[in-house]
Design a protein around this ligand. Structure first.
Ligand code: MN
Length: 330
């Protein structure tokens, strides 16, 4: 997906936390509420964005979280994102319903389907298009970005596909698409330790998951009312826990099944600048990436098979926006 905010904000992110010591007490949960972002176009779909936001810019290396649907594509027009570039990041497409046709400048042509991970590495540069297929009636899922660490941010472009086997635990069905949870480890390569999993919880089920105490976590609620470490989260909210927790306890308070996406990773210590579809380390990185895209440089390559023009980059902001970091731990 392309970040098509009409006035994209340059965001400088960095962890300012000390991490904290492991503790047996229940972790404090910060509730992050989403803001609605229209993706543009006459019948455009709107996404609910929980990362980045004022209160938090990163969870581990996860730096962008858009949650959308369930959308009736007859009404919204579905997804149609023309070829656009990425650099310095990986994109994770994870669907609950519907189907998206992905094409990229590696030559990948893939169908993104529910329960299947598609991880695209932008590295130095990649371009891709994403279009919901004609057989899609309901589009519902998440689009997530991962910041690449300095030593790998210019890595070669790549595309990985993985279908995790669901595992059952205490009234839950868990699909681990990145990292390790519930005894399952995803084979998909990442450049920093990461956790990404879908969890479906039966009505009124309680699930306690051992987690890496060096990780911070984010629990995004798709459906249901779910208590995380004692704090109630509503649909579309993201509950954040600081590093230090050895277990996370999830309770589905609703009469229907709850669906969640659990993200995690050790705090990302580097400062990054995020603008449009680019992640860099300073303003000049962004200016160069934008120029390379506008000049149709080989850096991003070409996407074959998309019936239309590629997306132009928005204008750069006139002034450098003030850096933003994560708030200090209280
Ligand atoms: Mn994209």
């Amino acid at each position: 997906m392309s970040n098509v905010e009409t006035r994209p904000v340059e965001v400088r992110c960095g962890s300012t936390e000390d991490g904290g010591a492991p503790s047996s007490v229940e972790p404090r949960v910060d509730v992050l509420t989403p803001r609605d972002v229209p993706l543009g176009g006459p019948r455009a779909m709107t996404v609910r964005r929980t990362l980045p936001q004022r209160a938090r810019t990163l969870i581990g290396a996860w730096c962008f979280a858009d949650h959308y649907g369930p959308d009736d594509v007859a009404r919204t027009g579905g997804m149609d994102v023309a070829p656009h570039p990425h650099t310095g990041l990986q994109t994770v497409s994870w669907l609950f319903s519907g189907e998206i046709e992905h094409r990229d400048s590696l030559g990948s042509h893939a169908l993104v389907r529910p329960g299947e991970l598609n991880l695209m590495t932008g590295g130095h540069g990649i371009a891709h298009s994403e279009v919901s297929t004609p057989r899609t009636t309901i589009l519902h899922g998440v689009q997530l970005w991962v910041a690449l660490p300095e030593e790998h941010r210019a890595t070669a472009r790549d595309f990985q596909h993985h279908v995790p086997e669901p595992v059952r635990r205490d009234g839950a069905e868990i699909r681990v698409f990145l990292g390790t949870l519930a005894g399952v480890t995803s084979p998909v390569r990442t450049f920093t330790p990461l956790l990404g999993a879908e969890i479906v919880l039966e009505p009124h089920a309680t699930l306690t998951l051992p987690v890496d105490p060096g990780f911070e976590h984010g629990l995004l609620v798709d459906r249901g009312d779910v208590r995380l470490a004692g704090t109630l989260l509503r649909p579309a909210e993201l509950g954040y826990t600081h590093p230090g927790a050895g277990t996370l306890t999830l309770v589905n308070e609703s009469d229907g099944a709850a669906r969640l996406v659990l993200l995690g990773g050790p705090p990302f210590e580097e400062e990054i600048v995020m603008w449009w579809n680019f992640i860099g380390r300073d303003h000049e990185d962004i200016v160069r990436a934008r120029e390379d895209w506008e000049n149709a440089s080989d850096r991003f390559g070409a996407v074959a098979g998309y019936p239309g023009e590629r997306l132009p980059a928005p204008a750069l902001p006139h002034a450098t926006i003030r850096p933003r970091g994560n708030p200090p731990r209280r």
